[in-house]
Design a protein around this ligand. Structure first.
Ligand SMILES: [Zn+2]
Length: 213
């Protein structure tokens, strides 16, 4: 099917990306806030699943934020600054150890994936200040020294980068649907991600079955 669109008097997003080097190099002005948040939340969700954690919901909030809820819930790792108190309660009970570090490593990687995903589409508008605060707080609590904490954060970021690279098509598919629908529950996430073979299941039914076992 062909459509006659009349003379082209403006540059579409496609034109801009084609001219300036593709979505990966898109400038901040090309990507809207909603798209930036969608990539951010899709990054959290896809990497959580790749690490075996089901995701119950991703959403874009009315006030410009968004969220990604995991199953079982890890409230300290989700939501916004309101979780700071809970995070402090969690880390106050931690002592530096390899075990603590390993326990929190997947959550830290999932947390880091949001900011990295949004930067991959050219947006560095600090949607991830809250995530960074959580990563730094937990890393400081589980690592033996500030330099060990920095090493841990570098390792977390490398792992998040790697998983986002492997599953980038899935992130794009999820982000696109999130822009359109603003909220996706576990079943919708399962459906969208099915063709991409990202490990881990998200639907409430799947996790209930798992719990019943
Ligand atoms: Zn985030």
């Amino acid at each position: 099917m062909t459509f006659y669109r009349g003379p082209r008097t403006y540059m579409s997003r496609w034109d801009i990306e084609k001219t300036y080097g593709g979505a990966g190099a898109a400038s901040a002005s090309v990507v809207s806030d909603v798209e930036a948040i969608s990539y951010h939340e899709a990054g959290h969700a896809v990497v959580s699943r790749a690490l075996g954690s089901p995701v119950a919901e991703v959403f874009i909030g009315a006030n410009g934020g968004g969220g990604c809820r995991s199953v079982p819930a890890r409230p300290w790792a989700e939501g916004d600054a309101a979780q700071a108190k809970l995070l402090n309660a969690v880390v106050s009970g931690l002592r530096p150890s390899a075990r603590a570090r390993n326990t929190f490593f997947p959550d830290l990687v999932s947390l880091a994936a949001g900011g990295i995903a949004q930067r991959r589409v050219g947006v560095d508008r600090r949607h991830d200040a809250d995530d960074r605060h959580k990563i730094e707080t937990v890393a400081a609590a589980v690592a033996e020294s500030p330099s060990a904490a920095r090493k841990l954060i570098a390792e977390v970021e490398r792992k998040a980068e790697q998983l986002l690279g492997v599953h980038w098509c899935a992130v794009e598919a999820l982000a696109r649907e999130l822009v359109r629908r603003r909220t996706l529950d576990g079943d919708a996430i399962d459906f969208i991600l099915r063709p991409f073979k990202v490990h881990g299941r998200t639907s409430a039914i799947a996790s209930m079955k798992r719990m019943a076992r």
